[in-house]
Design a protein around this ligand. Structure first.
Ligand code: BJ8
Length: 428
């Protein structure tokens, strides 16, 4: 890897602590990904992205800023990338998936809070994440209690703007979301010095649409048996979608899909045909959290789809462009795509998510559903009961797992996942 120390120094990174992170990541990545057999050659690009995760992409973000562009960070898929791109900005995901950052986060936040929020806070205050150090603005959102209260504290540490979020899918809820989107546009226009127009918004929509369709094409190939691509690799691609250059990401994902199509045509798979298939649902699985997928896929199971924000919720729904392409109509369509189409557990009731899980389990031929929740995520943990009842009624086997970013529970998780795998084999 090139020497990026001057760049990191310029961003105010704590180099000594950051070095420890840089040493740990390649080991974890090698064990999780590079030891897999018969990976598609097109995964080389995604390996490179991880190897350069704090290098090349940061260099590109800084070059974009030098040219007068902006970089916006977010923690949630309710923040519309289309608007950021339209205003010559780049949107990067800031959700943090490593235990490395949790202890720093716990100096400001309670321990009984989900690891995702604690790690995000820790990454910022420990100055060990160049993405946090590069952003011009962070857009937070009032979804769960943990996030909305943490923003008050993060606001003292970083430039932050918070979108209010409704809790109910109702006309009043939509009106609030639409209004909040308008307010976000004003804040981003102020930040970028640019004006949102129907023309630049249409271009933003078109670009994000192509990204979503590339992921659609790749995920559709995960319906095949044998699987052309492991769940780990598919998860990695989805995680990278949150911060890679959109055009390059689209081209590389299309190339991977082409290679996987050829594999499907030849009947070539990464696991033997008939390997029990899992749908994973629950809280987002963000970089570099690969724990569950690695455990499942080294226990003779295959992860075939993720119903979460680092899976289908990120890309399945498209923007239906209105007939009249004026700015207000485009913003309406965009707001509908996000508000109607994403079923986060911060909404109650949230029947749409249950319907999606059942539909996806059938479409992807899943033998069982695993609810994977981060510890202390009450919204998803409470919603799990509704899911359990619905899956029982549909006759779909179900496993509930709660975890965090530490490796301490890996043995216990593996035992439970293996036992679930055995029951799925018997159930067939
Ligand atoms: S749309 S799932 S990305 S809010 S895991 S911080 S919910 S306590 S991340 Fe999310 Fe947007 Fe919803 Fe998706 Fe809170 Fe739970 Fe932590 Fe969570």
């Amino acid at each position: 890897m090139a020497d990026y120390r001057d760049m990191w120094n310029g961003l105010g990174i704590d180099l000594e602590t950051h070095d420890k992170l840089c040493d740990a990541l390649p080991v974890l990545f090698g064990e999780t990904f590079l030891d897999q057999k018969d990976r598609p050659a097109a995964m080389d690009y995604f390996n490179m992205v991880i190897a350069e995760v704090h290098g090349l992409r940061i260099k590109e973000l800084l070059a974009h800023k030098e040219r007068g562009g902006t970089v916006v960070g977010s923690f949630c898929i309710y923040v519309p990338e289309e608007i950021v791109l339209a205003l010559d900005g780049l949107l990067v995901g800031l959700c943090a998936g490593s235990q490395f950052w949790v202890p720093a986060g716990e100096t400001l936040l309670p321990r009984n809070l989900c690891a995702l929020v604690k790690a995000g806070m820790g990454a910022r205050i420990s100055r060990t994440c160049p993405y946090f150090q590069s952003v011009d603005l962070i857009v937070g959102e009032n979804t769960c209690d943990g996030k909305k209260k943490a923003w008050d504290i993060l606001a003292d540490e970083a430039p932050l703007y918070v979108m209010d979020m409704p809790n109910k899918k109702s006309p009043a809820g939509f009106a609030l979301f639409r209004q909040e989107m308008e307010a976000l546009v004003r804040r981003l226009e102020e930040l970028t010095g640019k004006t949102l127009t129907a023309e630049n918004l249409l271009k933003g929509c078109e670009r994000v649409d192509r990204k979503r369709r590339a992921l659609d094409r790749l995920y559709a190939l995960r319906k095949a048996d044998p699987l052309p691509l492991s769940g780990r690799d598919a998860l990695l691609v989805s995680q990278i979608a949150f911060y890679d250059d959109p055009e390059r990401f689209i081209a590389q994902t299309e190339a991977l899909a082409t290679e996987c199509e050829e594999r499907v045509a030849r009947g070539q798979g990464v696991f033997p045909k008939g390997t029990p298939r899992l749908l994973v649902t629950g809280t987002p699985i963000v970089v570099p959290n690969w724990k569950f997928h690695a455990i499942a896929e080294t226990s003779n199971l295959a992860v075939v789809v993720e119903e979460n924000c680092t899976g289908t919720r990120y890309f399945e729904q498209k923007v239906s462009l209105p007939e009249k392409k004026d700015l207000a109509s485009l913003l309406d369509s965009l707001a509908h795509r996000y508000f109607d189409g994403i079923h986060c557990a911060c909404f109650s009731p949230n029947e749409g998510r249950l319907d999606d899980i059942v539909r996806l389990a059938r479409e992807y031929g899943a033998d069982g559903v695993v609810h994977l929740s981060l510890s202390f995520c009450t919204t998803y943990q409470i919603e799990e009961e509704k899911l359990r009842r619905r899956l029982a009624a549909e006759g779909i086997p179900f496993l509930s797992l709660e975890t965090d970013y530490t490796p301490g529970d890996e043995g216990q998780l593996k035992t439970r996942v293996e036992a679930f795998g055995e029951s799925l084999r018997r159930h067939r």
